[in-house]
Design a protein around this ligand. Structure first.
Ligand SMILES: C[S@@+](CC[C@H](N)C(=O)[O-])C[C@H]1O[C@@H](n2cnc3c(N)ncnc32)[C@H](O)[C@@H]1O
Length: 272
């Protein structure tokens, strides 16, 4: 199958897992992604409407510009890529001068994403983007991917939400499909007891996610989660139906000695 690719490089992107993921996504009237990231699942599905949420303000800003004014965003981004400025000059400008939610900030975010080390998106405790340069010889301007993403955003009703995940899960209703692809938690049980670090996605946060999803399913939504295949995640999501998937092979067979790296968990109203 042909997999559409996002214009962003994103850690934890599901683009390589799309063929294994899609069969687990049921039909529904509205698709809710509390952790939309680079939007790879959004652009490879066909629901009637979407709620796309992420706590990253710069990410949602780019999506708003893509929805509202593609031409201006393409112009601003292209001139930045064409002039090929020094990575650290742009990073400093982005952190210290560029107005929040501006068109310029959207363009700089795309430029930093394509030119920083491995497309990592990380901010320090003061909210400054602090990923080093990827030192790439060529930096790809993702024009066709930007246009395709924008077309998808305007082709169906899409609500863009910059928030912590509970906001959109608490609003899920009968008939909604909620797909969650949160930052992955390590398999170590110890982090349950090392306490909750604000802003960090740990086992306590994952447990909160689980509990909110169960409540949403009781209201008639269907919940699907992606996560790493480890005992901690299996324990937290023990009431979900668990499927093993792996980008390295198309069918996750139980007989395989090497276990799959990823799981998909599904909870439907019929299961509770
Ligand atoms: C693994 S990525 C999602 C990747 C996406 N499925 C894709 O294929 O492009 C996880 C996303 O969750 C977001 N995130 C982390 N903590 C969050 C929170 N508490 N609430 C909402 N979003 C959060 C991150 O900003 C990141 O974009």
């Amino acid at each position: 199958m042909r997999v559409e690719k996002s214009f962003l490089k994103w850690v934890g992107s599901k683009s390589r897992l799309i063929p294994q993921l899609l069969p687990h996504l049921p039909s529904g009237r509205r698709f809710i992604e509390p952790f939309v990231g680079a939007g790879n699942v959004f652009i490879n599905t066909n629901y009637d409407s979407y709620v796309l949420c992420d706590k990253n303000r710069d990410l949602i800003n780019v999506y708003e510009w893509l929805r509202d004014d593609l031409a201006s965003l393409l112009n601003e981004t292209k001139s930045l890529f064409d002039s090929r400025p020094d990575f650290y000059d742009i990073r400093t400008r982005f952190n210290d001068f560029t107005p929040i939610l501006s068109l310029q900030r959207a363009a700089e975010f795309i430029y930093l994403n394509r030119s920083c080390f491995n497309g990592i998106c990380r901010y320090n405790s003061s909210g400054k983007f602090n990923v080093p340069s990827g030192k790439y010889k060529n930096i790809y301007f993702p024009k066709s991917e930007l246009i395709a993403f924008s077309n998808k955003l305007i082709s169906v009703p899409v609500e863009l939400v910059r928030a912590d995940f509970p906001t959109v899960i608490e609003n899920a209703r009968f008939g909604d499909v909620i797909y969650c692809d949160p930052p992955y938690v390590s398999g170590s049980k110890n982090d349950i007891f090392t306490g909750y670090t604000p802003g960090k996605f740990d086992s306590a946060t994952t447990t909160l996610l689980h509990n909110l999803l169960v409540l949403a399913v009781r209201r008639g939504a269907t919940a699907i989660i992606s996560n790493s295949n480890n005992s901690l995640i299996r324990e937290i999501f023990n009431d979900f139906e668990i499927y093993e998937i792996d980008a390295r092979r198309s069918v996750a067979a139980n007989g395989n000695r090497q276990s799959a790296r990823e799981i998909i968990g599904v909870l439907t109203p019929e299961m509770i």
